[in-house]
Design a protein around this ligand. Structure first.
Ligand SMILES: *[C@@H]1O[C@H](CO)[C@@H](O)[C@H](O)[C@H]1NC(C)=O
Ligand SMILES: *[C@@H]1O[C@H](CO)[C@@H](O)[C@H](O)[C@H]1NC(C)=O
Ligand SMILES: *[C@@H]1O[C@H](CO)[C@@H](O)[C@H](O)[C@H]1NC(C)=O
Ligand SMILES: *[C@@H]1O[C@H](CO)[C@@H](O)[C@H](O)[C@H]1NC(C)=O
Ligand SMILES: *[C@@H]1O[C@H](CO)[C@@H](O)[C@H](O)[C@H]1NC(C)=O
Ligand SMILES: *[C@@H]1O[C@H](CO)[C@@H](O)[C@H](O)[C@H]1NC(C)=O
Length: 263
């Protein structure tokens, strides 16, 4: 009698535990599938994206924001985001990229040149990070500054490299990427040949050696890591949970069995 009671209880607890474990094992794959998207989309479908707000909470991008305001290019960008099907892709240098800019200075540019330089930091179309792969083959890409203000893109196994002649840099992180607005952080201020000429001094940085630079540059490794790590961790933690669950089950069984025996 006593034994069959223990047996019955043990069996039902075991059954419960294994079904729980099954649910745990079956459900986790969902977050794994979602991880490739660059940024968690905040709300379902907000038509209006406030660029000023986005740039002021990320970064620090204050220098770029100041230029956007003083040249009124912010209105152009916001209009492109608000009112076009194509959308917009903006490349934003951090404040320290402006600080690091010494050789060709922005200080003696005319108002028109400065405006063009800021417009040069955007493309009149939304590009997700994966889209740059296809863009690489297309040669020079027109920016919002138009005309001769073009830039070349290459995709180095997932790292997007930008080349304006004067500036070779890369996308170091995605600030926002939801159609129709993409905002990417870049490591340098983008200097157009249309302003500074094609007479590019060969001096700058030993970086141009294309084989070594992506590996030697730390931020690249950083961005690659953020891309790959979310894939492994969720499945990892789910197996932890299942393990924990079975340990917990055994504990309950033991306690239950013990208490029944004591009666
Ligand atoms: C956009 O965000 C900025 C900064 O938060 C704010 O000052 C401004 O009022 C916002 N614009 C609109 C139209 O909501
Ligand atoms: C963009 O849309 C917002 C919200 O509708 C509006 O407040 C803002 O003035 C618009 N800006 C431009 C440049 O169209
Ligand atoms: C800025 O000024 C320096 C010296 O006055 C001059 O050599 C240089 O060409 C100027 N740059 C531009 C873009 O006008
Ligand atoms: C961009 O690519 C084109 C050819 O695809 C090349 O002629 C041009 O020099 C490149 N521009 C820069 C800045 O590297
Ligand atoms: C969790 O993932 C890390 C890195 O991917 C790995 O080193 C570790 O062995 C994994 N742990 C388990 C329990 O799977
Ligand atoms: C239980 O799960 C957590 C994470 O969910 C893990 O850190 C811990 O090592 C697990 N414990 C056992 C005994 O598996």
């Amino acid at each position: 009698m006593e034994f069959s009671r223990i047996f019955m209880i043990s069996c039902s607890v075991l059954l419960l535990c294994s079904s729980l474990a099954y649910v745990q094992a079956a459900s986790p794959p969902a977050p794994v599938a979602m991880s490739p998207t660059t940024t968690p989309a905040p709300a379902p479908a907000p038509a209006y994206v406030n660029l000023t707000y986005l740039l002021s909470v990320a970064g620090p991008f204050q220098t770029f924001l100041d230029y956007l305001e003083s040249t009124k290019v912010m209105d152009t960008f916001q209009n492109q985001a608000n009112n076009t099907e194509q959308g917009i892709t903006i490349f934003v240098p951090k404040d320290n990229a402006f600080k690091a800019l010494k050789k060709p200075s922005l200080s003696n540019l005319s108002d028109d040149q400065l405006k063009s330089l800021i417009l040069f930091h955007a493309l009149p179309k939304y590009y997700a990070l994966a889209d740059f792969n296809g863009l690489s083959a297309k040669g020079p890409v027109s920016t919002l500054a138009g005309g001769l203000y073009t830039m070349n893109f290459t995709d180095d196994s997932g790292t997007v490299l930008l080349n304006s002649g004067w500036t070779r840099t890369k996308i170091s992180s995605a600030v926002h990427s939801t159609d129709p607005v993409a905002i990417y952080q870049v490591d340098k201020v983008l200097l157009p040949e249309a302003i500074f000429g094609t007479d590019i001094p060969p001096t700058p940085a030993p970086a141009p050696a294309p084989d070594i630079s992506p590996a030697a540059d730390t931020p690249s490794a950083e961005s690659k890591e953020t891309g790959s790590s979310p894939k492994s961790s969720p499945s990892n933690s789910s197996s932890h949970r299942i393990l924990n669950l079975s340990i917990w089950c055994q504990l309950v069984l033991a306690v239950l069995g013990g208490s029944v025996l004591l009666r």
